[in-house]
Design a protein around this ligand. Structure first.
Ligand code: ZN
Length: 385
């Protein structure tokens, strides 16, 4: 029995919805820069790690799929010691890279022991701001190192994630080396938001859109991974809700389940989830929302998460209003219907724009509490009568 996917990917670290993308890649014919982009929590970072490994794998036989996981290069890679693999990630993301005890962890997977998971949903707190950026020094020293030949005589891979965290001076340094490729160096850039990547960088990369799975596929993967790998059994209905609330991002949903399972009260993801719950309870009240009380309860949670929750809630109100469809909070259909029936459209549009604007500053929030109060008061006024 032949299974081409399995042959090409014996490690099965590529989740099923990314397999077609993986199969489409010609490892020998990649341009010197690729930019992977797509929604947070769908497997981009794992994918980029596997791609880096495949590009560095030294298995000679064309019959053996890469990465072979057996050659010296693969072993070096897995132990985090491959000299030609140059990951540029903020300090806060270092734990997501391969090293002896860690297997591939997606950008938003909490990992089993990770205390401060840095998912899209959790990365925020101003004291960590510095560490979250990728500094000019790191970029410069990595790029300067490129002028010396590859240590092992093959490819060299520079992995940068998340591109949004690249400071602009660092981005300019990167740009120069994208303009003048050095030897067999391949840049793998990963971004959650393509619109946050400088156009000059985008235009020098092959863009690879990373898809979100179909709900059924994503849920199956989530369930299997939780059962087989994490040994956690979550009732199907609950799992479905978590999945939808995470916008159909299986890795993000897994991280949340892990954090809750570990009852890690310091886990940012778990805290953020709790704050989102409070926020949702408030939002469900529409014009009756006690905006001051809610802001008081939640303002210490990452503003990013709170903004995303508001965006999703409002998107659902709008979607119910227009087409009767719910994407994120299907259990709240009744409430969403009631709210959408008395919505003031022009105000909703303005509110939506304000949420978008707030998100552009989410990594540098000023006075998060005041910002929340303003938004929640505005939300309260969306409803007529
Ligand atoms: Zn290998």
């Amino acid at each position: 029995m032949t299974n081409p996917s399995f042959l090409k990917n014996p490690s099965t670290k590529i989740p099923p919805w990314l397999q077609p993308l993986w199969d489409s890649l010609e490892f020998n014919a990649l341009p010197n820069a690729v930019l992977l982009y797509g929604q947070t929590g769908i497997g981009k970072f794992d994918f980029a790690i596997q791609l880096s490994k495949a590009l560095l794998c030294e298995e000679k036989s064309a019959a053996v799929p890469k990465p072979c996981n057996c050659c010296e290069a693969c072993r070096w890679f897995e132990s985090g010691n491959h000299p030609d693999f140059l990951p540029l990630v903020p300090e806060t993301h270092g734990k997501f890279l391969p090293h002896s005890s860690v297997e591939g962890i997606e950008e938003s997977s909490g990992g089993k022991k990770s205390k401060s998971s840095q998912s899209d949903e959790t990365q925020d707190s101003s004291e960590k701001k510095e560490k979250k950026n990728i500094s000019i020094e790191d970029v410069r020293s990595s790029i300067e190192g490129l002028s010396i030949g590859a240590h092992r005589g093959g490819n060299r891979v520079v992995l940068i994630y998340p591109m949004e965290m690249l400071r602009s001076d660092a981005a300019n340094t990167l740009l120069k080396s994208l303009e003048e490729p050095i030897g067999q160096t391949i840049f793998i850039l990963v971004a959650d938001r393509l619109d946050r990547v400088l156009p000059t960088i985008r235009s020098r990369c092959r863009l690879l859109a990373v898809p979100r799975p179909e709900r059924q596929t994503g849920l199956e993967w989530l369930n299997n991974t939780l059962l087989n790998k994490d040994k956690i059994n979550v009732p199907q209905e609950e799992l479905g809700s978590i999945y939808d609330e995470q916008g159909g991002s299986p890795y993000a949903a897994r991280m949340l389940v892990l954090a809750r399972h570990n009852k890690d009260e310091k886990d940012e993801a778990a805290l953020a989830h709790l704050a989102s719950r409070h926020l949702l309870q408030g939002l469900a009240k529409g014009a009756e929302i006690d905006w001051l009380e809610i802001a008081e309860k939640i303002h210490k949670a990452p503003i990013r998460v709170l903004l995303i929750t508001q965006q999703r809630w409002v998107a659902d109100i709008e979607s119910v209003h227009q087409a009767g469809i719910v994407r994120y909070y299907p259990k709240q259909l009744k409430t969403l219907r009631e709210l959408s029936s008395c919505i003031n459209q022009p105000r909703l549009l303005r509110f939506w724009k304000n949420l978008l604007r707030a998100r552009t500053y989410e990594n540098h929030p000023l006075a998060a509490r005041i910002q929340l109060e303003v938004l929640l008061l505005e939300y309260k006024q969306l409803f007529n009568g």
